[in-house]
Each structure stands twice: as C-alpha cells, then as structure tokens.
Design a protein around this ligand. Sequence first.
Ligand code: THU
Length: 160
Amino acid sequence: MKEFTHECHYTLYAFDELAEADRQLVLSAQEATKRSYAPYSHFHVGAAVRLTDGTIVLGSNQENAAFPSGLCAERTALFAAGAQHPEQSIVALAIAAADADGLTSIPTPPCGACRQVMLESETRAGSPMRILLYGTQGTYVIEGVKQLLPLTFDGSFLKE
Ligand code: THU
C-alpha cells in the first residue's frame, strides 16, 4: 500500500499588495460582475483573462431558465478568448463575485467544470496560469491550475 497526498499552495494578498497588472485584472473581474445575467441565483460572477499580448477578455455567468444551459463566468471568458483571439495564450485569470450585499468577502473558487477548462487553456499555453480569486477580505493568488485540480485528465491520455 502506498499513500499519496496533494497539497494546494496559495497566497492571500491584500488588494493594495497586488502588483499593478494583477490589480488591473481583478478590477476587470469586478467590472465583469456587472455584466452577469443571473436572475435565478442572484450570484453575479465576473471573470477576466489576460492574454500574452496584454489584451483582457471579460466573461460573466449567463444563466438560463433551463438551468444546465447557462454557463459560468470563467468558461464564458475562456471560450470568448479562444474564439476571438485563437493565436494568443491565456496567462492569467481573475474571478470576482457579487451577491445582494455587494462584492463577496470570501474569494470565489472556480467550479470543477471550469477548472477542467482552465487546465485545457493552461496546457494549450504551455505554462502555468496565474489565478487570482478576489474577495473584499483579500485575494488568493494561485500559480497554476494543477494547484486546484490534482490527478488531472488531459489530452495526453487520448491516443492519436
Ligand atoms: N458560477 C460561476 O459563474 N462561477 C463559479 O466559479 C461558481 C458558480 C455561477 C453559476 C451560476 O450562474 C451561479 O454562479 C450560481 O451557481
């Protein structure tokens, strides 16, 4: 018998401690929460991705009366970036969320399906994605999707 442990390493920063580029991406994610369509959950999520050339692409959750037909903010942003800028790689992703009380105090972690899509973007980019999870109490900074998704399934499992 052999036991394995995965650790998730992340750092908590006060907003003012973040580097300028990170602050800018977090502010973009905050702005994106205002574009969310969430009449059912009233939980407004915003995502902002930075591309290799510095372009920022926004996404927000888009809900639907047939619940599974909606999409999370992160995947909206990642797919929009892939569709509009296929020649660019995604280097960073920031997430923020707002509920009836305003921007949430606890940072919002991406759901499992979004983590899998983030992994695909990271694999495509060939380098770890910088992940910024914003809350008014602070921002978690995470270096690479594998911190959030151990035992990853990626394209290397699929035979050509
Ligand atoms: N949601 C996101 O957009 N991203 C997440 O990481 C968590 C959940 C959305 C989906 C749904 O519209 C609402 O938040 C409540 O689950």
